[in-house]
Write a protein of this length. Structure first.
Lengths: 229, 381
């Protein structure tokens, strides 16, 4: 079985009294150490699929298996623990905590581990070093540029050493040059650190950095070059 | 960064708002301690001594004096072991500026009845033998910076002074009450001084000891029956009950204070709850991110609840501490006979109230944080 496996996955939301289908019986396999770009028009279900893979939401139908764990079977508490161990999240708008400086933002996921304060700080420094921000560790979030904030977010995503990075339009709020730096960093994490990366993007240039591009439209998937099913 | 440090950083995310809320809470808890320290005296009466000590005063008004002849009658009643008398003088020190409890007493018998007052035997002998002698509690001597041997000038709201210097007494010694909860703090001088000038053959009230506290009601009835239908009828009760009755003249202070405290704490609940709810709303995206990172629903809601408990608990502790200090300082400015009584239970109640307030204002945001759906919260952001 693939590292990430979606089998006949459906998801619908309820708007008023009417169910609104977002994904319908989608199948997707992603191998370990893959870098997949997930593209499609707005409202096609890209973020919903990412949320299902990241264990933030449950499918209405079908099964999501990641790293051998069937997410359908996990309770809310177990799913939270699973996310802490296996998934690193990177958002479009960084979602850093403004009350904490860069280093403390990176330490946040480590509060869920058994590491002591010194180890937490050391790991956070290492993660910031990987993303090239070792000279900004004590800076407030408001003092950092957008690109630097996204680097802090990436450091936070990798600090607990998860196997998968789930990125929801990580360059959507950045200028081209900064976006290229961030995408280069993601490539490095994929190639040198063995992270499996699943990235939602609207930007074809961003998708060029991925090994694979998957298109999603009207709730159905197609690989690059294939017709929508 | 540990969990506590993270919690404190979140708590002081808006330093000014948090500090102002804490300041309001500290003030409220200070007020709680200060008002309760006074109210508890009005509710329960302070512990004015053993239950074997009783007081007989005029049935109709404590202003009315009783004949000195009552003393022997009371002494003759079965169960009565010692009797003394005292009279309210309405004394002012420091050129009429400071009102202090000042009693004209019988020096021969007073300390037999108030055997819980510690006094140097030599000072007591001097007090008995010198007509102008006076005794003061050690605290009063320290408060006014007096020295033993000093002449103390007192003026009275009741008895006009015999000279321009007022009523002048020789301070021959000090005494101390061994009863810690006793707010009784009188300046004592010879009743003979009044007897010779104004109150011939009359005293303010009698205080006597009985041999069996179980018989207090019976003895009180016997005493009052002895003077029934005379021109000087009496009302007898234990000294504690007598003080309670005296303090009740000030009105239902306890109810008033409870009303004030109720209004203050109702306002505090609204203010703090508003701060907590506002803080929660601002942090919805951050809480969603925490859950995304792997914090469970329970741990996120506990962060919110503990934050509210810390905010109110720290404020309560500070308020209770400051309130106690301020009340201790305020004791000097209280009218005589209305002591401030620090009941440890009041302090414990203050702290419990703080935590209960934290629980109350933190519960709704904590439950909301628990129910927060990650996807919806992030989408809304």
């Amino acid at each position: 079985m693939a590292f990430v496996s979606l089998r006949r996955v459906s998801k619908s939301y309820t708007k008023g009294r009417e169910p609104v289908p977002v994904l319908s019986e989608v199948d997707l396999d992603i191998e370990q150490n893959d870098f997949v770009a997930l593209m499609g028009p707005s409202g096609s279900g890209k973020t919903t699929m990412l949320n299902l893979i990241g264990g933030l939401d449950h499918p209405t139908g079908g099964e999501v298996v990641v790293g051998g764990d069937s997410l359908n079977d996990l309770s809310g508490r177990a799913l939270a623990r699973w996310r802490a161990r296996n998934i690193g999240f990177i958002f479009q708008f960084y979602n850093l905590l403004p009350v904490l400086n860069a280093q403390r933002n990176v330490q946040l996921p480590l509060l869920l581990t058994k590491l002591n304060g010194k180890q937490r700080k050391q790991n956070a420094m290492t993660a910031l070093d990987i993303v090239g921000l070792s000279d900004r560790t004590n800076w407030k979030i408001s003092e950092l540029s957008g690109g630097q904030q996204q680097r802090v977010a990436i450091a936070r995503a990798i600090v607990a050493d998860p196997s998968i990075l789930v990125c929801d339009e990580p360059t959507g709020d950045l200028d081209r040059d900064t976006a290229e730096e961030i995408l280069g960093l993601l490539e490095t994490l994929n190639q040198n650190h063995g992270k499996t990366i699943i990235m939602v993007t609207h930007d074809p240039k961003a998708a060029e950095h991925a090994k694979r591009t998957v298109f999603l439209d009207k709730g159905s998937l197609s690989e690059q070059g294939q017709e929508t099913a | 960064m540990g969990r506590i440090q993270f919690l404190l950083r979140c708590m002081f995310r808006h330093g000014l708002r948090t500090n102002l809320t804490m300041l309001s809470l500290v003030t409220a808890f200070m007020l709680f301690i200060m008002l309760r320290s006074v109210a508890v005296v009005f509710e329960t009466g302070f512990d004015a001594g053993p239950q074997t000590r009783m007081q007989t005063a005029s049935k109709y008004s404590m202003v009315d004096m009783l004949p000195l002849a009552h003393m022997n009658v009371i002494r003759s009643i079965e169960g009565v072991t010692d009797v003394t008398h005292a009279s309210w003088f309405g004394g002012f020190f420091e050129e009429g500026e400071t009102n202090v409890a000042t009693f004209a007493v019988d020096p021969e018998t007073y300390f037999d009845v108030y055997s819980d007052f510690e006094i140097d035997p030599n000072a007591l002998e001097e007090f008995k033998s010198i007509r102008t002698a006076a005794l003061a509690p050690q605290g009063m001597i320290e408060r006014y910076g007096w020295e033993i041997g000093q002449k103390i000038s007192v003026v009275s709201t009741i008895y006009p002074a015999p000279s321009e210097e007022g009523w002048v007494f020789d301070l021959v010694g000090s005494f101390e009450s061994t009863n810690e909860s006793d707010g009784f703090d009188p300046f004592l001088f010879h009743h003979d001084v009044l007897r010779e000038t104004f109150a011939a053959g009359a005293v303010g009230w009698y205080t006597f000891l009985i041999d069996d506290p179980e018989r207090a009601d019976v003895v009180a009835q016997v005493v009052d029956r002895r003077f029934k239908n005379s021109s000087d009828e009496t009302r007898t009760m234990t000294e504690s009950d007598s003080w309670k009755s005296f303090l009740a003249q000030y009105g239902d202070i306890s109810l008033m204070m409870t009303g004030i405290l109720g209004a203050v704490f109702f306002t505090m609940i609204l203010l703090t709850a508003n701060t907590m709810v506002q803080g929660y709303r601002e942090r919805v995206p951050e809480l969603a991110v925490m859950k995304t990172l792997g914090f469970s629903n329970l741990s996120v809601s506990m962060y919110i609840l503990v934050e509210a408990l810390l905010l109110c608990g720290i404020s309560a502790a500070l308020g209770v501490g400051l309130g106690t200090l301020v009340s201790m300082g305020a004791q000097d400015f209280m009218p005589p006979m209305i002591p401030i009584y620090f009941d440890p239970i009041t302090i414990i109640w203050g702290l419990i109230l703080g935590l209960a307030l934290g629980l109350f204002v933190g519960l709704v945001p904590a439950v909301n944080a628990n129910r927060l759906e990650i996807v919806e919260a992030l989408h809304a952001h």
